[in-house]
Design a protein around this ligand. Structure first.
Ligand code: LMR
Length: 429
């Protein structure tokens, strides 16, 4: 065979096989996943050209002008970073920078925490609060053997279900919201805790529950702790809103600190997305409270191993900003003022929305809008009403009727109230 014929034959062979390979994709059976319930709303909102559109979907703070807010203290910290000639772009340690993780632990547990005094804690820098949830859940899936059941609230922040089922837990829900009172279903919650298998994991929102904005009172937290102790359950706190909820960092950490004082071993996931406005920088921390320094160190060693395999080392930029602020008295003080501004604006918008609904005599009671706390209000609006809000009024909120109060301002609150009034009166559910 001539060499040119041989070449033709090889080319033919290759093309035929490539076509065969190309005709059946190994990905053919991959099902289409639904879009994310929260971030898809932002995409739809951005694509909407209506001038009246409102984004009250994602929980991200906005100013009165509905613009993203760069905290003044964050601007200062960025300037410090910018001018710091000693900084380089080397890897951080696997568990993150100690000055950052220690400051984060002190922030949530309090300077005088028995766990800190007795040195039986550890901190791991994570990819924001979601990363802290994932890292904590993954560790438990390997090393926690009391129960494979994990309980999340109903209604829930959908990512809790995804995170815990991804690592192999059987995810159940505990009742949280009482539609009658538009408040906490305290008895239902306790009942589920009593009947759950001994040693189950309970994911608890430290403050500003997402999506309801309803928190247990201090007495209710005490009751929850009592049942959790009786049943040996593991408290897994998610704290995404410290300082943002009430404007007071200590107040928002009360439940976690109470559990630590009561002698629980626990995890706390901390996010600095909301309280520093560092959404994209993904700065977070997983705080571990154990019975002894040795226990805490062994847990940390295993989490480092897991972290190495997952992300190797955490990202530096956002955590450096938080580190600077938390470790400087004057900047820390300024941060607390920035937090007050954000929480105050949210509280004002709650009052404004409530005021307009009352003025319009919108059927139903609306006190829950001002009673709830943090970024979200759980309105009680049903999915068909939410759909009309979206399609007729260009108002984007999640199907469960959750409103991110940060997307409300004095310029859009009247329009929002009128639209709610319309769907409450005219859309049957
Ligand atoms: C939200 O609930 O809107 C935010 O916490 C964003 C998120 O990650 O879901």
């Amino acid at each position: 065979m001539s060499s040119s014929n041989r070449l033709k034959q090889i080319t033919h062979h290759l093309t035929t096989n490539m076509t065969e390979l190309g005709s059946i994709s190994i990905f053919k059976e991959v099902p289409q996943a639904p879009p994310d319930a929260i971030f898809h709303l932002t995409a739809q909102y951005k694509a909407d050209t209506n001038p009246n559109k409102i984004n009250i979907g994602v929980g991200a703070f906005r100013t009165e002008e509905l613009k993203p807010y760069i905290l003044p203290v964050v601007k200062k910290a960025k300037a410090i970073l910018h001018n710091d000639e000693t900084l380089d772009h080397e890897y951080l340690p696997i568990a993150g920078t100690k000055s950052f993780t220690n400051a984060a632990v002190r922030l949530i547990l309090g300077e005088n925490s028995p766990a800190i005094k007795e040195n039986r804690f550890a901190g791991v820098q994570t990819i924001s609060g979601t990363g802290a949830n994932h890292t904590g859940a993954m560790f438990l899936s390997h090393f926690y053997h009391k129960s494979k059941k994990c309980y999340i609230s109903n209604p829930t922040w959908a990512n809790h279900r995804s995170i815990f089922s991804l690592v192999g837990f059987e995810v159940e829900e505990y009742p949280y919201w009482n539609p009658e009172t538009r408040g906490l279903n305290y008895e239902g919650l306790l009942q589920t805790m009593r009947t759950a298998p001994e040693g189950s994991i309970f994911v608890l929102h430290a403050c500003a529950h997402n999506p309801t904005g309803v928190d247990p009172t201090r007495d209710q937290w005490k009751g929850i702790a009592d049942v959790m102790r009786e049943k040996n359950h593991f408290p897994f706190f998610d704290c995404a809103y410290q300082g943002f909820a009430s404007g007071d960092l200590d107040n928002d950490a009360w439940a976690v600190r109470y559990f630590v004082e009561q002698g629980f071993e626990l995890f706390v996931c901390q996010s600095f997305a909301k309280n520093f406005g560092l959404y994209g920088e993904r700065a977070g921390n997983l705080t571990i409270v154990a019975k002894s320094p040795e226990d805490a160190n062994r847990v940390l060693s295993q989490i480092e191993k897991l972290q190495r395999a997952e992300i190797s080392n955490p990202p530096a930029f956002g955590s450096r900003i938080v580190d600077i602020v938390l470790n400087d008295k004057a900047l820390y003080q300024e941060w607390t003022e920035n937090l007050k501004y954000m929480s105050h604006r949210i509280i004002e918008m709650r009052k404004a929305l409530h005021h307009h609904l009352v003025e319009l005599k919108t059927p139903g009671t609306w006190n829950h809008i001002t009673d709830q706390i943090g970024m979200f209000s759980f309105t009680g609006l049903k999915t068909p009403q939410v759909k009309v809000l979206r399609e007729k009024y260009h108002i984007y909120l999640t199907d469960n009727g959750r409103i991110s109060m940060a997307g409300v301002s004095s310029t859009n609150v009247a329009y929002l109230a009128k639209a709610i009034d319309d769907v409450v009166r005219h859309v049957s559910v």
